[in-house]
Write a protein that binds this ligand. Structure first.
Ligand code: BEZ
Length: 339
């Protein structure tokens, strides 16, 4: 039964990828390098979040900006909610050019380009606005540049809410209370190490498997953001939410590199400015939603509370000492942003 379902899903994904590839015909007639604007494009963008998540709204904003700034020459088709497969599949499709753009978690990208680990330095920023300001830093741009040799053009970063901790039925009040808990953490080594250092047993589960795992007690809690706690209804299966804001959660906005480089300077500028507008829109909108999201979750029956940041100091130090020396860009990031 499971085998048939899996076969069916694989077939549907295959059909969607074929459709996506077929939709890109305009792109086959791209302008030669340096040619004047005037060319029409139909781009494809893929990401993993549902349509009510901020990253999808940012994708819609990007679409609108491309359309307006190019006088209708640049169209964008958006494939949300893992329609084109896992993040690994999507990055492969972007680097081969069958998909043009992706919003891919920095957590996944850290497994392909280790400098992205820098973004997971715990408590590196006091709030979302401070993290957003870091987008324009030299070091953040250099980190995007490490994608060059994978056929990818790193364009910018898009933030959703910072990371929080959800617990099925235990009110964790200090890091040491995590000891022995089976805790879902995104499959990314720096995030897993942070929880291991506090004594939790990290379970490496992708987003679509998390709800059932906590519902059935396979995990005791999860590392998440408030956005997905609402969009994925984790409030139905987790009683406690510690709003720790311990790490930021950027998506990396990226494009097929060859395609970007073939565009005229004025079309590149439209891409750059449109993605910047989408990133600014995302962070501005999301910053204003923090209190509303906490209230939504309290109203849904969760106990929402905070944990004093200083209790995490020893674990922050361990992270910096372990990861700083692994990569000059991670060290530069820590030196730039740690106060
Ligand atoms: C997660 O894996 O926790 C996640 C991924 C994308 C958006 C939000 C959360």
């Amino acid at each position: 039964m499971m085998g048939l379902r899996k076969l069916g899903l694989t077939f549907v994904t295959f059909l969607l990828v074929l459709t996506a590839a077929a939709c890109g015909n305009d792109n086959d007639a791209k302008p030669a390098s340096g040619s004047e604007s005037g060319e029409k494009y139909t781009f494809k963008l893929a990401h993993i979040t549902p349509t009510d998540h901020m990253w999808h709204k940012a994708a819609e904003k990007f679409k609108e900006e491309l359309d307006n700034r190019s006088d209708g020459r640049m169209k964008l088709e958006i494939y949300p909610a893992s329609q084109l497969g896992t993040e690994a599949d999507m990055v492969q499709q972007i680097s081969s050019g069958s998909v043009d753009f992706g919003f891919i978690t920095a957590a996944y990208m850290s497994s392909r380009a280790p400098a992205f680990t820098a973004w997971f330095a715990p408590y590196a920023f006091k709030d979302l606005e401070a993290a957003n300001a870091a987008r324009d830093s030299e070091v953040a741009k250099k980190i995007l540049g490490t994608l060059d040799d994978q056929g990818l053009k790193g364009l910018d970063y898009l933030f959703a809410g910072n990371r929080v901790m959800l617990f099925k039925d235990k009110e964790v009040k200090k890091p040491e209370d995590l000891k022995g808990l089976s805790f879902r953490v995104t499959p990314s080594p720096p995030l897993q190490d942070f929880y291991k250092s506090m004594g939790a047993s990290p379970e490496s589960l992708p987003l679509p498997e998390v709800y059932a795992a906590i519902q059935t007690g396979v995990i005791d809690g999860m590392d998440m953001d408030l956005d997905a706690t609402i969009t994925n209804k984790y409030y139905e299966v987790a009683k406690y939410g510690a709003v720790t804001n311990h790490m930021v959660w950027p998506a990396v906005a990226m494009m097929n590199k060859e395609e970007y480089e073939k565009m005229s300077d004025s079309d590149k500028k439209i891409i750059d400015e449109s993605i910047k507008a989408a990133a600014e829109y995302a962070v501005k909108t999301r910053s204003g939603q923090e209190e509303e999201f906490k209230k939504t979750l309290s109203d849904a029956g969760m106990k929402i509370y905070e944990i004093d940041q200083t209790l995490f100091d020893p674990y922050i130090k361990q992270f910096d000492e372990k990861y700083g020396p692994t990569d000059p860009l991670i060290q530069e990031f820590i030196d730039t942003f740690r106060e």
